[in-house]
Design a protein around this ligand. Structure first.
Ligand code: FO1
Length: 310
C-alpha cells in the first residue's frame, strides 16, 4: 500500500521511522514541514527535514530526537568563546549538513533536490520531500510581539504567550516536485503526531495540498496524550488560544480533513466524542519509546488505514 506521511519534527520523525520499518521504500513518501527553516550564521537550517532524514538514516540523536548521534560541539564552543550566538545549538556533524545544503542552495539547487541528494548519501531509500521549495516561514503572534519560529521556540523557550500564527510566503508557494503526485498515488495519508499548529498547518496551507487530500483516506495520530504533548509546546498553544488541550481538540482541529483518528489508550474515554465527529477511531498505545514501539504503532495505523472509508 502506497502511503504518504505528513510530518514535522521529532514525533513525526519517529512514526516515519516506524513506517519505514514496515513498508518497502518505494511505498513511503514523507512530506515535511519547512516553515521552521531559518537563516542562522549565514546558513540555511531545515530542522524538520534533517530530523526526519537523520531518524530514517538511524543517525538522529537518541535523547533530543533532533541533531545527530555521536555529536561533538567544538565549533559551537569556539563560536561562543568569540562572543557569537550559541542559543541555537549546532553540533559539529550537523554543521556539515547545513554548510553543504547552503552551498548547494546558493548554487541554485532547489531544496527538494538537495534533500534527495542527502537522503541518497545517508542511505535513506524512502522519498523525503520538503512541502515546498519556496520560502515559507512561521511567525508566532505572541504577547511579546511577532516572533520568527526559532526565536519563539528555541531562543525564548516557548515562554511568550501565543496569540496566533501566520505563515509568510504561502500565497506565492507551490508544492515541491513530487508532493501532489505522491498524494495522488497514495492509497492513504497519515498525519503524524506532530504539532497541528506549527508543523502540520503550514503543510496544509501550501496551495494545492489540502484539496489534494480531499477524497483520500486520511488518518491523524494525536500528538496529545492525556492532555499533554509528548514533546514541545502543542498543549500550551491550545491552552493559550483558549482551547482545552486534549486529543479531542486535535480531532476537532482536523475535522473535515480526516476520516480516521488514532487515540492513545490513556484517552480511550474520548472515543465516543471523537466518533461523534464522524471519524473512525483507533485506540492503541501511541507513545513511541523505542524502535519497536515506533514499528508497533506504524503497524496498527497501517491496519487501521486499510479499514477506513475515504
Ligand atoms: N531545538 C532546541 O530546543 N534547541 C536547539 O538548540 C536546537 C538546535 C537544533 C539544531 C539543528 C536542528 O536540526 C534542530 C535543532 N533544534 C533545537 C530543534 C528544532 O528547533 C525544533 O525541533 C523544530 O524546529 C521543531 O520541530
Amino acid at each position: 500500500m502506497k502511503v504518504v506521511a505528513l510530518a514535522g519534527g521529532v514525533g513525526g520523525a519517529k512514526l516515519a521511522h516506524g513506517l519505514a520499518q514496515i513498508l518497502p521504500p518505494p511505498d513511503l513518501t514523507i512530506i515535511v514541514n519547512t516553515a521552521d527553516d531559518f537563516e542562522h550564521l549565514g546558513l540555511h537550517i531545515s530542522p524538520d527535514l534533517d530530523t526526519v532524514c537523520y531518524s530514517l538514516a538511524g543517525i538522529a540523536h537518541p535523547r533530543t530526537g533532533w541533531g545527530r548521534s555521536r555529536e561533538t560541539w567544538h565549533a559551537l564552543a569556539s563560536l561562543e568563546e568569540l562572543g557569537g550566538p550559541g542559543w541555537f545549538r549546532i553540533g559539529d556533524r550537523d554543521l556539515g549538513t547545513h554548510l553543504e545544503r547552503t552551498r548547494r542552495l546558493d548554487a541554485g539547487e532547489p531544496l527538494s533536490r538537495v534533500a534527495s541528494a542527502f537522503c541518497k548519501a545517508w542511505g535513506v531509500g524512502q522519498r523525503v520531500l520538503p512541502m515546498t521549495d519556496d520560502a515559507v516561514r512561521t511567525i508566532v503572534r505572541t504577547n511579546q510581539g511577532d516572533l520568527a519560529f526559532q526565536e519563539y521556540f528555541v531562543r525564548r523557550h516557548t515562554v511568550p504567550r501565543v496569540e496566533g500564527f501566520r505563515f509568510t510566503g504561502t500565497e506565492a508557494a507551490s508544492p515541491a516536485p513530487g508532493v501532489l503526485e505522491s498524494i495522488a498515488d497514495a492509497a492513504a495519508v497519515i498525519i503524524c503526531p506532530s504539532n497541528p499548529w506549527v508543523s502540520i498547518a503550514p503543510i496544509l496551507e501550501i496551495p494545492g495540498i489540502r484539496p489534494a487530500l480531499e477524497h483520500k483516506r486520511v488518518a491523524a495520530v494525536s500528538p496529545l496524550i492525556g492532555g499533554k504533548a509528548v514533546k514541545g509546546p502543542a498543549a500550551k498553544m491550545y491552552s493559550e488560544l483558549g482551547i482545552e488541550p486534549s486529543a479531542l481538540a486535535v480531532a476537532r482541529h482536523y475535522g473535515g480533513l480526516i476520516s480516521g483518528f488514532v487515540l492513545d489508550r490513556v484517552d480511550a474515554k474520548l472515543q465516543p466524542q471523537v466518533s461523534s465527529l464522524g471519524m473512525q477511531v483507533l485506540v492503541t498505545q501511541t507513545l513511541m519509546k523505542s524502535a519497536s514501539g515506533r514499528r508497533r504503532l506504524a503497524l496498527h495505523v497501517l491496519d487501521f488505514l486499510g479499514s477506513l472509508q475515504p
